[in-house]
Structures are given as structure tokens and as C-alpha cells.
Design a protein around this ligand. Sequence first.
Ligand code: 2P0
Length: 341
Amino acid sequence: NKTLEYFQPYVAVVPSNIAFLKYWGKSDEALQWPANDSLSMTLSDLHTKTKAQVSEIPEHQVRLNDQEVFREDKVGQKIFKHLDYLAEQLQTREKLIIESSNSFPTGCGIASSASGLGALTLAAVAAWTASPSLEVLASKGFSMDRLIQWARIGSGSACRSLYGGVVHWHRGSCEKEQTVNQAFDESHWPLMDSVVLFSDAEKSVGSTEAHRSAWTSPLFAPRLASLNSRRDAMLQAIEDKNMKFLGPLIEQETLEMHGVIMSATPSVHYFGAETGKFLAWLRERRTALDLDVYFTLDAGPNVHLIYENHLHERVMQLLQETVDSSRILSDHMGAGPVLTV
Ligand code: 2P0
């Protein structure tokens, strides 16, 4: 007895996130158990919007940024695999029509797996359970905790995008004990992230593959041994709203992650000379201007500049010295996902 409600579209908007303490390396790949805790800031305007609708069709139909993708496609694989996983959890055989688009330009180098797999999880579960809001989902037994565990299976970083503000993914002492919680909400300390785009070339080595080789780096074990103290220092700096303390910690963290990536086998360089030159320039100029703007990079060449909202104009003015404005995407800390019909 399926009602019209069951066949209507359900829409999830899930923002991207930028990690201060990086998720790099897994203790168990199949169970998606990270080697360490991570901390991130959830963004707002940089997001994925995904519409899911139950339909009487023989196979899921998926459109990504207006292009149909198939089970066999490189991009399609992760999506269909996750739909299969979610269908198994919900014990359904119903097929979905999925339409998904990113608010940021495709191939600009902004990772879409966190927002993409997060939005896919919420939209698909909402459609299959005919739940028009997060509250209804929770009332039907699909708590945020449960949805987060499912999003994590789709992509590790996606689990951090299901809360707003500053989010802490705890590794726990075994796979089942890992949890995700909001450490601070978005009103605690308004921060911005301005992304400076350096390349739109496709990554030579995907992050899932690079995660795997982290263990071959001689720097990885010492990193893991000291990471909890950096985590605690970061949480304290955020609590105190102290950018002079937080900034150097996030820079050290991203450089350490890239050190692991470069010293692993196979060795990967995710950023080149242009990015390197920019980082050196930034350090010099911010000291000269006494401007608290700090960098972090993901597994790619783009630079994320983190600073307090009130410095936005000054940061833009500074960037004008060396970067074309078409290569800058600015966003602020956001409140997390939205689910509607
Ligand atoms: C992070 N990254 O903490 C780190 C920093 C990239 C650099 O999480 O294999 O796409 O899908 O779990 O989440 C990228 O890895 O990897 C990532 P999977 P994911 O944001």
C-alpha cells in the first residue's frame, strides 16, 4: 500500500567540509575505520544537492551535474556501490531516480566525496523511508548517529559533513566504537575558508588508494603517536577562539600529512611549484601585514585559507596582489545538512 508520498522526490543539501586535523590512513579499509581522529569545519555554500525519488524502474538512474552516470563508470562505481549498501541496510529492492549537482564547478579540484556521499545517503534513505525531514527520519529510528555510520561507509570524510560547526570524528578503540559529534556549533566562532584554486587536472592517485599507502611512510607511526596532543591543542584553541594558536597547528598538520604522502610508497605529490610558491608568499605577506590567515590543503593542490569572518575584506585585498579573483571560492562555517521534499 504505497502512497503518493512514497513516490515524491526527497532533497538533501549537504555541505563540504575542510579538515583541520586530517583523516589520513585507515586501520581497516573494509570497515572504514580511520587510523586517527579528525576535526573539521563544515562549510555552507560549497555543497551538494541531491534529489532521490522511488520509481518502478529496473535499475537506479543517476544523474550527476546533468550527466547520466552508470554502474560501470569510474564515478558511478562509488555511487552505485553505496546505493546497494544502503538498500541492503533498509532491505529494499526499490530503485531510485537520483539527480545530484554540486554548487562548485565540476573538476575545479574541490573534493565532492564528503558532500556527495553525504547527500546521497540522506536523500536515498529519506526516499526509501518516505521521510520529509531529519526529525521524521529520527522518529522512524534513523537517528543522525545511524545515518552518519552509513555515510562513512560511502566515504570517510562524508560522516563529518552531517553536522554543522566544528565536527570531531573519534576513531574509538575498535571499529564499532567510532563516533562523530559536533564539538562546537557554527555560532561559537565564525570562521571562513577561502579556497585558492591551483589546478583542475584530475588527481593522479585517488585518495582511497593513497590512504592505503600511508602505512608505508616512515613518518606515519610517529605521526599517529603524537596526534592526540595536536587534537587536544586544536580543540583548546577553538574553544579559546585563538587563531594565533590554531593557525600554526593546522599548517603543521597539513604539511605533516603531505610529508606522509610524499614519503610513502608509491610517493605522491599532490601539489606543485605554483602552490609551494604561494604558501611561501602567504607566510611572508601575512607577517608583514600582521594578518591572521593560515593555510591547509587536502589531497590536492588547492589552498584553503582559514581566518575569522571579520578579516574577509583584508584577506581578499591581500589575495588580489597575486591571484585572479576567478580562482577564489569563499565560504563560511555552516549549520550542516538540510532535508526537504
Ligand atoms: C580529510 N581527506 O580529513 C582528508 C584530508 C583528504 C585529505 O578524507 O576512501 O575521500 O572515501 O574514505 O574521505 C579524503 O578521503 O576517503 C579525505 P574515503 P575520502 O578530509
